[in-house]
Write a protein that binds this ligand. Structure first.
Ligand code: NDP
Length: 313
């Protein structure tokens, strides 16, 4: 039996681990198949305070992991398949590790990039299809690119990719963009950004020598066309990684965990959430780390209160 188990090793989970380990709570951290979380899919991180010259995302995560280990956090690799929060201690069914029990749980499983689900998309991931401009933009120097989506992510990625590409075409399924005005204006003011709005993506078309482009339907005329490109960046949002909870924790309609405002408390006492899995607004490494600290402090107080109750029962 563990005092606390942390699920997920992005900045949120690792910050919780550092705090709980330093408080002698001996946290067990379950590391999934993408240890370090989304930051490991980026290159340079320039906005994490304390690193005036920037730091590689993978290096930052590696440092956080070492810091947690130094204070006594234990790491095990596995994928949590289901949970039982109906009675204490709480039980986790973990592929590769079996059943684990803990008095408290911190959920920091983050969010994953959404895909369109069109033909040619999955087959060409890493061969021209990407969900991460900062990771893969570099490979498309002097090429033509497409960014799919009309939100802030799409605008940001399109602007960023013009550093490498000769042309970046934004494809959005509606005429209107969902992105904030400032982000739209920035992309619209960039002469390397082209626009194919009101187009539904139908297929990523690839030949023997890489991508040929994206087949789309013009929603106004119904006509299909092939938009030529060497790379396609899908930027249509993220999905929180909460499927394994089986509905045992309150979430919003999209599956993001609901926490009591100003805390990391979920609707189950002793189960806390931090990082992108509960954040639909900020989604930054530093806010994730900050919320990981909150979860650790909330968890510590909870465990202390439980111990106090047990002594006085
Ligand atoms: P959003 O949900 O805001 O936008 C998703 C976009 O993808 C929309 O244009 C949507 O179209 C489109 N889309 C979704 N599903 C499909 C589909 N199946 N086929 C075609 N198109 C699809 O996600 P973002 O990741 O852009 O942003 C998420 C949050 O993060 C926002 O709150 C945003 O403000 C914030 N953010 C802020 C940044 C910043 O300020 N620097 C940078 C990046 C994100 P439709 O509009 O038709 O639904």
């Amino acid at each position: 039996m563990h005092k606390t188990i942390i699920i997920g090793t992005g900045p949120a989970g690792l910050t919780s681990a550092i705090y709980l380990a330093r408080a002698n709570m001996e946290p067990l951290v379950i590391e999934g198949w993408q240890p370090g979380g989304q930051l490991t899919t980026t290159t340079e991180v320039e906005n994490f305070p304390g690193f005036p010259d920037g730091i590689l995302g993978s290096e930052l995560m590696d440092n956080m992991r070492k810091q947690a280990q130094k204070f006594g956090a234990t790491f095990k690799t596995g994928s949590v398949k289901s949970v039982d929060f109906s009675k204490r201690p709480y039980t986790l069914e973990v592929e590769g590790l079996g059943q684990l029990q803990a008095e408290s749980i911190i959920i920091s499983t983050g969010a994953s990039a959404k895909y369109l689900g069109i033909p040619g998309e999955q087959e060409n991931i890493g061969r021209g299809v990407s969900t991460c401009a900062t990771c893969d933009g570099f490979f498309f120097r002097g090429k033509k690119l497409i960014v799919i989506g009309g939100g802030d992510s799409a605008m940001e990625e399109a602007s960023f990719l013009t550093r490498f590409a000769t042309e970046v075409r934004v494809v959005n399924r509606r005429e209107e963009l969902r992105a904030s005005k400032i982000m739209q204006d920035r992309a619209r003011g960039n002469e390397k950004v082209a626009w194919s709005l009101n187009r539904t993506p139908l297929e990523v078309v690839a030949g023997e020598n890489g991508l040929q482009g994206l087949r789309v339907r013009n929603n106004e005329t119904g006509a299909e066309e092939l938009l030529e490109a060497d790379g396609v960046f899908v930027a249509i949002g993220h999905t929180p990684n909460t499927g394994f909870l089986g509905g045992q924790i309150e979430t919003d309609a999209q599956g993001y965990i609901l926490v009591k405002p100003g805390t990391s408390e979920t609707n189950i006492p002793g189960v806390f959430a931090c990082g992108d899995v509960q954040d639909t607004t900020y989604r930054q490494a530093i806010t994730a780390a900050g919320s990981g600290c909150m979860a650790a402090l909330d968890c510590e107080r909870y465990l202390e209160a439980q111990a106090h109750e047990a002594v006085h029962a």
